[in-house]
Design a protein around this ligand. Sequence first.
Ligand code: HEC
Ligand code: HEC
Length: 330
Amino acid sequence: MSKLGLQASLGKRILLGAIVALVLLIVGFLFATQGGWNHFLRSEPPLDRGEQNAQNASQERQSFSNDMASWRTDPGKPPMGVPVDRDGYFQPSLDREIPDGEFGEAVRRGREIFTNTGTNAADFVGNDLACTNCHLDAGRRPNAAPMWAAAVKYPAYRSKNEMINTMEDRVHGCFTYSMNAQDSPSGGPPPRGSQIYKDLESYFFWLAQGAPIDTHLPGAGYPELEKTELGTDKERGEAVFAANCAACHGDEGQGTKDLNGRTIFPPLWGERSFNWGAGMHRTSTAAGFIKANMPLGKPYSLTDQEAWDVAAYITSKDRPIDPRDVDKSQ
Ligand code: HEC
Ligand code: HEC
């Protein structure tokens, strides 16, 4: 064979090889896009893209809710993508992140009502307390019933009044009992639909940005203390109070004011404190709050027994009556 003939047959072979490869590629492509082996095996038709996405979403939702469950028992294990603080609790929005514009204005007003309730919602406050006295750090502190955790819980069913409660219902309740609205200038909590609720809710909603909704976040509410063997005793509680609390809250639990009449340390009982209907008047709730938050600056320093006893002491003291009892007697 001449040199030329050799080259020609090599050229043909390469061309043939290329054609075969192309055909295989096309067949392979058709095979893959038309369902591959499934086509031959006559099994399930392939999922289209929408169905596939829906199936993935449902798996992701399931794994997120598993992550949520383990986060609740171990704050060190937050689910991916949720902003958390150094202890693993949800990290609420920072003040410098308040947006400009009307929403930002509402958030600021809400925060001011929350921290200076007696000034900014004066008509509806019948004692010397502010929301932030029980929901510490302007509603940010975990285990002090933080507002970012509340924001994602409502609407919710409550056994206190046996129905679904909205956030407005809940805040209406805190004005009625914790802020003792019956002794306020208006004689009651802000009327339904009041701007006060809207501003507070804007603040809470903003704090919670980035939190998963409709869930019980770690650090929500106050911790529940297990009952102790000794039970509760207000006499023992009186001694705990004198040693750990009276310096700030006063010997008579009356609290302390500055020269301008502003509350520095809030009253724990008496005419200017929360009334009998308030959550803090339940010994178990007060004990959990105290254990995790008091004495101020020394959380978790009391034993469970001391927290129970001092809570029993505080709740045994006189305070404004429950407005529902007034209603009943009328
Ligand atoms: C004397 C203490 C006290 C004051 C003052 C107070 N609260 Fe509360 N608040 C509580 C207690 C106790 C609970 C119940 C927490 C629980 O059961 O876990 C609660 C619960 C709440 C909840 C629901 C929290 C949740 O996680 O479900 C909201 C919202 C709330 N308060 C808002 C307010 C607002 C707004 C104000 C001021 C107008 C206020 N609170 C004033 C003690 C107080
Ligand atoms: C160093 C001062 C200080 C000490 C000590 C202290 N508290 Fe407080 N307490 C405060 C302050 C301040 C607040 C309000 C928190 C806020 O607004 O950030 C408060 C809030 C409270 C509240 C909720 C508001 C209210 O008026 O009911 C209770 C209940 C309470 N303290 C109980 C106690 C008990 C019980 C002790 C002792 C074990 C104690 N505190 C020790 C400063 C103190």
